[in-house]
Design a protein around this ligand. Sequence first.
Ligand code: PEP
Ligand code: MN
Length: 263
Amino acid sequence: LVSRKKKPEDTVITLKGHQVGSGEPSFVFGPCAVESYEQVATVAKAIKDKGFKLMRGGAYKPRTSPYDFQGLGEEGLKILKQVADEYDLAVISEIVNPADVEMAAKYIDVIQIGARNMQNFELLKAAGAIDKPVLLKRGLAATIEEFINAAEYIMSQGNGNIILCERGIRTYEKATRNTLDISAVPILKKETHLPVMVDVTHSTGRRDLLIPTAKAALAIGADGVMAEVHPDPAVALSDSAQQMDLKQFDEFVKEVQPFSQQS
Ligand code: PEP
Ligand code: MN
């Protein structure tokens, strides 16, 4: 069902009036994790001021260590909804438990399925059974074929509004947190009719690589870019090393946005 052979036209997903996959690049900004109303609202204001429409923020954080901050849960989703309503933004947040999918759909505009859950088939089926767009991230060690099959799981349940997100894969290279598989973008665009985004934050794990990788993503044909922004990354409860502060966010937009209009 996700195959380009089955449906030659691009799938376009409309979120609060903003189209993802229509040819104009989309940008998703926001903190790694929802920490407080003030934190999310500060970033939301910056997003809105720059004319963007899509915000991210994790309420359920699948952390490598059980002792790290796990997210605010439903409370975090409520904060996201309140801020999204106030700033007229569409909001994307990761859900990790199939039983939470319906509850989460009341608060958020896009259900994110994270890299660690790309082959959580019960979660994929639960997301496929609701009428809410899904952003599906590539698994840490998933092949492109496995990634496409995960999207097929969602669509097989009736939900065709899926955004694919390349977020880097695990290789032997240690200079970056993951290795951004940039060629996955044109392959996914060729093989499927779904919009394809690139998460430059988690693929690199390095703030100094966000601008060049975002440019590369747009140059190679990605429909959008995701990057993390936090009012004060030094005190962030997760991903403190790679989130942008508001000044870096300004710079990122100044550098990347004109580039996207040229390409
Ligand atoms: C995230 O986007 O918050 C996240 C945890 O990303 P990933 O699943 O790609 O690691
Ligand atoms: Mn993060």
